[in-house]
Ligand binder design. Structure first.
Ligand code: SF4
Ligand code: SF4
Length: 187
């Protein structure tokens, strides 16, 4: 015996009523009839869709700055903050002539998020000191292979000409909070 938590299970003899099964069947029918008059917990998707909030956390985006350079500096704070250990990256040093590609001297050569591990808590966004990662209102698409849910920079970094709007997540209150002198952010 490995532990003392084992429990002896005794096979109880069924009573006459239990052997008839009728009371159990009747109580099942009563439960079914009761549910007929209750509000349905499901919707007829895709004809009907549920109403969702204006602001919610969907697929991440790695942002570029105004000039089109990647903001992420591969500091790893998002990965440390992630409770699901969904983020991995490798850092590289920016070479001369790459200033238009990467904002800082260090950048993420690879950056991956495992969307099957992610719980969309938003802590990576909160931890980022460079305003580089945001959760957006885009759904993570369904797929057949687990490997296809590991999103790399090709899916995460926004296009130079196809910017992803994150203003809903940068409300005046959030921006004011980030400018707080004692909580200096995005330096
Ligand atoms: S949203 Fe949460 S779980 Fe998902 S990558 Fe960011 S920190 Fe990790
Ligand atoms: S996304 Fe932000 S927190 Fe994560 S590595 Fe890049 S700069 Fe650091």
């Amino acid at each position: 015996m490995l532990t003392n938590r084992s429990k002896l299970v005794v096979k109880k003899e069924m009573t006459f009523l239990e052997r008839m099964y009728l009371p159990a069947i009747l109580s099942g029918v009563v439960i079914t009839i009761r549910h007929l008059f209750k509000r349905a917990a499901t919707v007829r998707f895709p004809e009907k869709t549920r109403e969702i909030s204006d602001v919610w956390r969907g697929q991440h985006v790695l942002k570029r700055d105004d000039k089109g350079a990647e903001r992420c500096t591969a500091c790893g704070l998002c990965a440390v903050a992630c409770p699901a250990e969904a983020i991995t990256m490798t850092a590289a040093e920016r070479k001369k002539g790459e200033e238009n590609l990467y904002r800082e001297e260090k950048y993420a050569a690879t950056y991956e998020i495992n969307m099957l591990r992610c719980i969309f808590c938003g802590l990576c966004e909160e931890a980022c000191p460079k305003e580089a990662i945001f959760l957006t209102d885009r759904l993570v698409e369904t797929d057949y292979s687990r490997n296809d849910f590991i999103y790399g920079k090709d899916k995460l970094v926004e296009g130079v000409t196809e910017r992803i709007d994150v203003t809903k997540r940068q409300t005046p209150e959030v921006l004011a909070f980030k400018q707080h002198k004692q909580l200096s952010h995005n330096k």
